[in-house]
Design a protein around this ligand. Structure first.
Ligand code: NAD
Length: 291
């Protein structure tokens, strides 16, 4: 058996590079069209993790020169009120992207909310229209985390056609759109989930592992096929405050060919793809899209 020491897929560095390119493009677009791309971020309630995510998104927007509009609503905001705000933002010509930070409080139906966003402004890429476009091999606005994972995979320079890819997790926001992205790229796709029998056997034959189960250390390093690409989407906070993922990083990095760290892997790419989607939405709105 060949023992490899994995190359690190540095999401932080890639995100930095892409954000610089986005910033340059935004400056040109703003000068040409007399306004900057606008992103509206809506947060309902007091979830501390959501506050951190929203703050990071706001900083990301400002750093690339977007106009950022932020709505922090109390936890008892009615669904009706939230739908009213979305409808207003759907009509607002200064707003190219609308994002409702999940989770929303239990009395609000997240599906109803996500489906109320104009698909052309759905920069999270969660609307059934955008998922449908990806399913039909004509992606429009792509779900940010899977899109970021594809950019990381691109960094390996590997031809993904025919590669055995195993996704662990089948959520609407990560696992499922990830499967569609890999299928679009020509990979052979297996999706594992909580009912999968013998997860280890699936991982052992995978050339690409996408870990998105939300279970700390679920994927053991010894399961990784030598040379495989391992993308760890999971984020968990340890008791000492540090972050870790779904993959046992130390042992996995001795076998993988490429691996993403947590933090500094997928996380920075998710916000970067949100910024890229907002530029795309802006260009679609002003009729300057390549589509
Ligand atoms: P989720 O809870 O909605 O979905 C988890 C999925 O994993 C489900 O499909 C479930 O069936 C599957 N699963 C659970 N236990 C399993 C097991 N033992 N074996 C196989 N499959 C199993 O979670 P989510 O929203 O998709 O997020 C997953 C993880 O990714 C979380 O840790 C989350 O914090 C993280 N996340 C990170 C980013 C980022 O930007 N890095 C973005 C979104 C989510």
């Amino acid at each position: 058996m060949t023992i490899t020491t994995a190359q690190i897929l540095d999401g932080k560095a890639l995100a930095h590079r892409l954000r610089k390119e986005i910033g340059t493009e935004v400056a040109e677009l703003t000068q040409k069209h007399g306004r900057a791309p606008g992103l509206a971020v809506i947060l309902v309630g007091d979830d501390p993790a959501s506050h951190v995510y929203v703050r990071n998104k706001k900083i990301g927007c400002e750093n690339v020169g977007f106009a950022s509009f932020s709505y922090e609503l109390p936890a008892d905001t009615s669904q009706q009120h939230l739908l009213g705000l979305i409808s207003e933002l759907n009509r607002d010509p200064k707003v190219d992207g609308i994002l409702v930070q999940l989770p929303v409080p239990a009395h609000i139906n997240s599906e109803t909310i996500l489906e109320a966003i104009d698909p052309g402004k759905d920069v999270d890429g969660f609307h059934p229209y955008n998922i449908g476009r990806l399913t039909a091999r004509k992606p429009a606005l792509r779900s940010c985390t899977p899109y970021g994972c594809m950019k990381l995979l691109e960094e390996t320079g590997l031809d993904l056609h025919g590669m055995e890819s195993v996704i662990v997790g089948a959520s609407n926001i990560v696992g499922r759109p990830m499967a569609l992205e890999l299928l679009l790229a020509g990979a052979t796709v297996t999706v594992c989930h909580r009912f999968t029998k013998n997860l280890q056997a699936h991982i052992e034959r995978a050339d690409i592992v996408i870990a998105a189960a939300g279970k700390q250390g679920l994927i053991q390093g010894e399961w990784i096929k030598p040379g495989a690409v391992v993308i760890d989407v999971g984020i968990h906070r340890r008791a000492d405050g540090t972050l870790t993922g779904d993959v046992a990083f130390e042992s996995a990095s001795k076998r993988a060919g490429w691996i993403t760290p947590v933090p500094g892997g997928v996380g920075p790419m998710t916000i970067t793809m949100l910024l890229a989607n907002t530029v795309q939405a802006f260009k679609n709105h002003i009729g300057e899209s390549d589509d």
